[in-house]
Write a protein that binds this ligand. Structure first.
Ligand code: ADP
Length: 490
């Protein structure tokens, strides 16, 4: 009997395969780190072959634990969004390295589009801003700068897509070149109203429509795997960008419900239901779900640097050996001693959108040491989230509670600091891999195990830990004032 749901979770720093039982209990997992390539300042690349090889190895490892492919009911895929892969449809081989979402190389092109007065129209149609973060300008960069990509475009064999599209192509033995509506909504090429890639937007960005995948639902009978991969063919029934998957995994399915994921970056999404978000505070409008052609939307704020700041403390400064040590360091002192970190190491995302901004450490004194820096790094998460909360409220989407997840959410000190600085209850599920869980909910719904996402969430979601605000308002205000001063210095 087919009992298990297999999820491929393609993160920025690792690729994972997880096996879930139909009640949402994870029963097996496998993980491989992904090599990060930094060819120039502000550039970040992945090798698409490595993504595929490690995905298939992880999938095969957990399928073996399930006793073979016959035990797998369906597959859900969730991925780092906005990362672009270019490959040849005929050979199935990548044509260049993937340009990762964090990569800033297309800022000159974005700025020329902004100078051309296109941002208002692009924002109205796509919900996005003209920032290098989104995939469309990365696709154009590849066509302009990589001869192999340009040649494939001229031959008519170029395939462009985000990571779920690349994996689906490979998993189906080249039969499917598809992308789901959530990933498509991050390209700058899809209109939020009709959910299809748009001729006019493709022309504006210089991306050939013919090289783009077909936009499909996020749950349903989407594709079948090539039988030679796992011994038999398995249906792919769920696809979603990682932040949409996490929002679904946190059961934020009713308007106003909000989640924040703290991984490499931090991503806050508030469900808006069927209403297309119209931000006037530099937040994004994005597809949250699309099932049987019906879409719901979310308003989103993306912060580029979250856990990667902790990684930087560990790898570049050597302040901690493992990320979790930041918690004991933060607890070892009563406050940061005036040290404030603005983690603009790769520019500032929402709601500031300053691609050229760079990080600041302010308030250093001779009493500042490892503990103060670690605490200031964790405090920066609440400061950045507070700026988002202000923008969301101004857009009419104030948060009542915040559901958190991601690798960094395991840090209890940070979770309490978030509650303290936001002045609202913060909830954390026992199982913080909500991205994978959301992909499992989509896949289970798409396979007909549950009638809809609400029923899947009801059956598959576990217990919560709650953090309630305890900090005095005066202390909070003082901290925010020093944060704003440091922010201005970037
Ligand atoms: P992604 O999916 O973006 O690859 P994860 O959700 O796996 O990222 O989160 C990993 C990030 O979280 C790393 O950048 C790491 O530095 C940070 N992190 C993990 N555990 C902790 C912790 N206990 N305290 C602070 N940061 C942490």
């Amino acid at each position: 009997m087919s009992d298990y749901i297999l999820v491929l979770d393609e993160g920025t720093t690792s690729t994972r395969a997880l096996l879930f039982a139909a009640d949402g209990i994870p029963v097996a997992s496998a993980q491989e780190p992904l090599t990060q390539h930094y060819p120039q300042s502000g550039w970040v690349e992945h090798d698409p072959r490595e993504i595929w090889d490690k995905s298939i190895a992880c999938a095969q490892a957990v399928i073996a634990k399930a006793g073979g492919a016959a035990g797998i009911a369906c597959i859900g895929i969730t991925n780092q969004r906005e990362t672009v892969v270019a490959w040849d449809k005929v050979t199935g081989e990548p044509l260049t390295n993937a340009i990762v979402w964090q990569d800033r190389r297309t800022e000159p092109f974005c700025s020329s589009l902004r100078d051309g007065g296109h941002e208002g129209e692009v924002q109205r149609r796509t919900g996005l801003l003209l920032d290098p973060y989104f995939s469309g300008t990365k696709m154009r960069w590849m066509i302009d700068n990589v001869p192999e990509v340009r040649a494939a475009a001229q031959r008519g064999t170029l395939a462009l897509g985000t990571v779920e599209s690349w994996l689906t192509f490979k998993l189906t033995g080249g039969a499917a070149h598809i992308t789901d509506a959530s990933n498509a909504s991050r390209t700058l090429l899809m209109g939020l109203e009709d959910g299809q890639f748009d001729d006019g937007l493709c022309d504006l960005l210089g991306v050939p429509l013919a090289a783009l995948p077909g936009v499909v639902d996020m749950a349903g009978p989407l594709a079948m795997t090539d039988p030679s991969l796992f011994g038999c063919s398995i249906p792919i029934t769920g696809l979603a960008g990682d932040q949409q998957a996490a929002t679904i995994g946190q059961a934020c399915l009713a308007p106003g419900q909000t989640k924040a994921t703290y991984g490499t970056g931090a991503f806050v999404l508030t469900c808006q239901g069927a209403a297309i978000p119209r931000s006037t505070h530099r937040l994004l409008g994005t597809v949250l779900t699309q099932i049987e052609g019906a879409r719901t939307y979310a308003i989103e704020g993306s912060v580029f640097v979250a856990g990667s700041l902790v990684q930087w403390l560990r790898d570049s400064l050597g302040i901690v050996e493992v990320a979790s040590q930041t918690e004991e360091l933060a607890r070892s002192i009563p406050d940061s001693g005036g040290v404030v970190i603005v983690p603009a190491l790769s520019g500032l995302g929402a709601p500031h959108w300053q691609a050229e901004a760079r990080g600041v450490i302010a308030g250093l004194s001779f009493s500042s040491g490892k503990a103060q820096l670690a605490r200031a790094a964790l405090e920066a998460m609440a400061h950045q989230t507070h700026d988002l909360a202000t923008a969301f409220a101004a857009d009419g989407a104030a948060w009542q509670t915040l559901r958190i997840d991601g690798g960094m959410a395991a840090n209890d000190w940070m979770a309490q600091d978030l509650a303290d600085m936001l002045g609202i209850t913060v909830e954390r599920p026992g199982f913080v891999e909500t991205t994978a869980l959301g992909a499992a909910m989509l896949a289970a719904t798409g396979a007909g195990i549950y009638p809809d996402l609400g029923a899947a969430a009801e059956a598959m979601r576990g217990d919560l830990t709650r953090f309630t605000p305890q900090l005095a308002a005066g202390v909070r205000e003082a901290r925010l004032a020093t944060w704003r001063k440091a922010l201005a210095a970037t």
